[in-house]
Design a protein around this ligand. Sequence first.
Ligand code: DGT
Ligand code: CA
Ligand code: CA
Length: 573
Amino acid sequence: MPVHNAEIAELFNRLADLLELEDANPFRVRAYRTAARNINGLSHSLVDLLAAGEDLSKLSGIGKDLAGKIRTIIETGKLPLLEQVQARTPAELSDLMKIDGLGPKRVKTLHQQLHISSFEDLQRAARSGKIRALAGFGAKTEALILERLTRSRQADIRSRLADAEDIAGPLVNYLLDCTGVKQVNIAGSYRRRRETVGDLDILVTAKQGTPVTDHFVAYDEVSEVISHGKTRSTVHLRSGMQVDLRVVAQVSYGAALLYFTGSKAHNIALRKLAIRQGYKLNEYGLFRGDKRVAGRTEAAVYAKLGLSYIEPELREQQGEIEAARKGTLPELVSREDIRGDLHCHTRATDGHDSLEAMVAAARKLGYEYLAITDHSKRVSVAHGLDHKRLLEEARRINKLNEQLDDIVVLKSIEVDILEDGSLDLPDSVLGQLDLVVGAIHYKFNLTRKQQTERIIRAMDNPHFNILAHPSGRLLNQRPPYDIDMEKIMQAAVERGCFLELNAQPARLDLTDGDCMLARELRLKVVISTDAHSTGTLDYMRFGISQARRGWLEPDDVVNTCGLDELRKLLKRN
Ligand code: DGT
Ligand code: CA
Ligand code: CA
C-alpha cells in the first residue's frame, strides 16, 4: 500500500499533540509540527522521492532523525514512537483534542482540574457550567465546546472528497487486478462529487460475483468484514471508511449505476416519473411489463424517459429533472474551460515553491495567466509581505514576463481585510497591482452585521477585486463565520467585484448552494486553487466539481475568460 504524504504528516501531527499533552520539550513538539506542515506542502510524494534515491534529510525542516522516521513509515506503515506515546495516553483523551478549539493545552487543563477524560465527561461538565470557571476558558468557550461536541461527532463520520479519493484510488486498482472484472466505478455521493462522502459505493461488472467479493474482502486495508455475499459485500477499512461493493451484470450496469449514484431523492423522483409513463424503474433496468427496455447505460434510461442526460453533480433533486425534460439543463463548466488561476502562493510567504516554479507549473497546465497572491504583512505567521517586499516581488514578475511569451504572470496580493474593513496595504501600493484579492484571517467571531459590513467596506476600496474563501469555513474543522452571503454577493455585483470559489479540498468555499445563489444574482465566480505548491495547482478539479454542483456554466466563471476579457472585468464597473 502506498503511503500518502498527508498520512505521514498526520502521524507527525498526532505525535506532536500527544507529546504536548504530556508536557514534552516544546522544541521537540514544534519540530514535528514543522515537519508535518512541510510534508503537506511538498509537490512530490515522499514514496516517489525515496524510491528515486533522494536524501530526505535535505528537505526543509526534515533532519536525519525525521528522514529515518519517514522511511520507517513508508516501509512499515508505522511510526513506532507514536505507538509508544499512544500506549501511555488514555485513548479518549487524545480524541478530545480533535474537537476544534481544544488543543493539547486545554485538554491537559480539563484533565488535571476537572478529571475530564471522555466526551461524556466533557459534555457533563460543560452542561453544568464547570468549564467556564476554569482560568482561560469562560462562558463563551464553554458554549462553543458544547456546540462543537455535537458538530464534531456528526462531522467525524464523513470524509472530505480528496481523502476519499486517496482511499478509493488504490482500491479501484486492486479490484481491476481481479480476473474477470471488466469495469469498476465508484457511485454514490463520491460520483456526485459532494464535498464530503459518508461511504464508498463501488460497482463492478463481472460474469461471476463470488471471485470478486472474495477478492474484495481479502484487501489488505480491510479491518472488518461487515457482510460477505455472492454479489454484494460491505467492509470497513483501516482508515475508518465503509465500502459497499456490488457486482452487477453488463445488461443492467447503467440502471445499477443510476440507482447507486443517487441521490436518493433524485432516484425517487425518477421512479415516479417512470411509473407515470407506464414503466417500472429499479437497479436492474427500465421495464415495460416484463420487458427490459433500457439498462445497459444511464443515457439510455434517461432517453427512454424523455430526459436529456443529467450529469451526476446535478442529481440532487433541485429541479434537474424538470430542466432535463424541457432541455434547459446548464452546459456545465469543465476543466478545459479554465484559462488561468487567480490565487496562489510562493516561497516569498508560506508557499513551498519559487515564483518561477509556480509559473512553470501553470504553463504546463496550459494556462494563459497566473496571479501570484502572496500574503500581506498582517499574516505574520506566513511572513506576509510589507509594501517593500511586495514591490520587490512585482519587479521580479515584470522581469519574468519579459522572458515568457505564452503565459502572463499577474501581480497581485492576498491582502488582509482588517477588523474595520480597511486593507492591510496602502492604496498607492495596491494601485500598482493587476488585481487585488482580499481575505479575512482573524476576528472570525464578529456579529453577522459587523462581519458583513467589514467585508462590504473592504469591497468599497476601488482596488478590491476578489473576495477569497468568503465564509472561512474548514470542512470538519471550523464552521463558517457568520455573514449575510446574499448581501455580500449583492454588494459585489454593485461594485464589480467577484467572489472566489476556493478549491482547497478542506475549504470548498463557496458551497454548491452559494454558487446557485451567485448564478441567480448574476454574480460571476472565480475558481481558484489557493495553491501553496506546484502540485496543488491541480486542486482546480475540486473547485470545478463544486461549481458544477452549483449549476455554473463557463460564462458564470471569471477565469474561463481570456486575458483581455479578464482585464476588462478587473477594471470594476
Ligand atoms: P453518503 O454515502 O451519505 O455520502 O451518500 P450517498 O448518496 O452515497 O448514499 P448511500 O451510500 O446511502 O447510498 C448510495 C446510493 O444508493 C444513494 O445515493 C441512492 C441509492 N439509495 C440508497 N438507499 C436508497 C433508497 O432507500 N431508495 C432509493 N431510491 N435509492 C437509495
Ligand atoms: Ca455513499
Ligand atoms: Ca452506501
